[in-house]
Design a protein. Structure first.
Length: 318
């Protein structure tokens, strides 16, 4: 059966009531595909519903069958159903069998090693195929490294852009970073410990070494570490080598120099001078304020100093 073939089930319909979505009158004869988030570190972060789902699911499709068994054991759950592997290399070959199980009325629980399936992890192909075939798809939400890192970063979180893992090839990575250099939203990346030093160095070159950034390493785990600074600072930190799962959060271009992408150097310097004036009013010495603002905004200190002087002359009585 192809991914576009209907499963031949009576599909549950939904209707909206206010802000709620409630089941309609029909019941589905198909199984349900449940996309379930697993802890990104502590097993204790698992919800009671995840523990229940692991114990009751007829089929558990897992990125790593050993890890899901360890998680179940930590939660005191017996995996009564069939556990099948579902990782990048076997996604396509597993699809037909899992769709057939849904057609036969068996529920399928989809999990990955950590976090939500389909978010830089296997899953979206199965979700798309199941939905196209008419099966019900639902989510069992939970931990996510993306939102956890964004929440602790202290960077603007009202609008953000998740970029996943940067391309591995240097040329593709350089082109991607060049495209993102003027992105105004906060950016979130995943990166492996083997490549994070090179990636941070290239990001500093593409975005400016003064762009604020946060590296979150081993979130919620025993050796959790959150490193804050500029891209230049983080590149220096990573140069010494690091281990573990890493999520990078980088401020958007709109935040740099306080304006929208494409602002002229003169406009950026004028904005920086205004920020220096605000800090001076708060009691910060001018030299220290200029140095801090220049670093934060990715500008040369001389440029900021000249803009501060020009601002003072313009404000002086004549």
């Amino acid at each position: 059966m192809g991914a576009g073939d209907h499963l031949g089930c009576q599909i549950t319909t939904y209707r909206s009531v206010g802000h709620n979505v409630v089941p309609g009158m029909n019941n589905s004869d198909c199984g349900t595909l449940t996309v379930a988030a697993t802890p990104i570190g502590r097993p204790g972060d698992a919800s009671p519903l995840l523990a229940q789902a692991l114990g009751e699911a007829p089929i558990v499709a897992a990125e790593d069958t050993r890890r899901v068994r360890r998680l179940a054991a930590a939660l005191g759950v017996d995996l009564a159903g069939k556990v099948v592997s579902y990782y990048d290399a076997v996604e396509r070959s597993r699809e037909a069998g899992l769709l057939a199980s849904l057609r036969d009325g068996q529920d399928v629980l989809l999990v990955t090693d950590a976090g939500m399936p389909a978010i830089s992890d296997p899953g979206y192909r199965l979700v798309a195929a199941a939905a196209a075939a008419g099966a019900r798809v639902t989510a069992l939400p939970g931990p996510s490294a993306v939102t956890a890192a964004l929440a602790v970063s202290g960077l603007p979180s009202d609008r953000f852009c998740f970029e996943g893992f940067p391309p591995r090839k240097a040329g593709e990575r350089a082109r991607r970073f060049a495209e993102l250099a003027t992105e105004s939203r906060t950016l979130v990346f995943f990166e492996s410990p083997r490549r994070v030093a090179a990636t941070l160095g290239e990001l500093a070159a593409a975005f400016g070494a003064g762009r604020r950034a946060v590296a979150c390493r081993e979130l919620t785990k025993t050796h959790e570490e959150i490193i804050r600074g500029t891209l230049g600072d983080l590149a220096d930190w990573a140069a010494g080598g690091t281990l573990g799962e890493i999520t990078l959060v980088i401020e958007g271009a709109r935040a740099v120099a306080g304006g929208a992408p494409g602002r002229s150097p003169a406009e950026a310097a004028a904005e920086a001078a205004a920020e220096v004036a605000r800090r001076e009013a708060d009691g910060v010495a001018r030299k220290a304020a200029i140095a801090a603002v220049a670093t934060e905004h990715g500008l040369r200190k001389r440029m900021v100093y000249d803009a501060v002087v020009a601002r003072g002359k313009a404000a002086a009585p004549r």
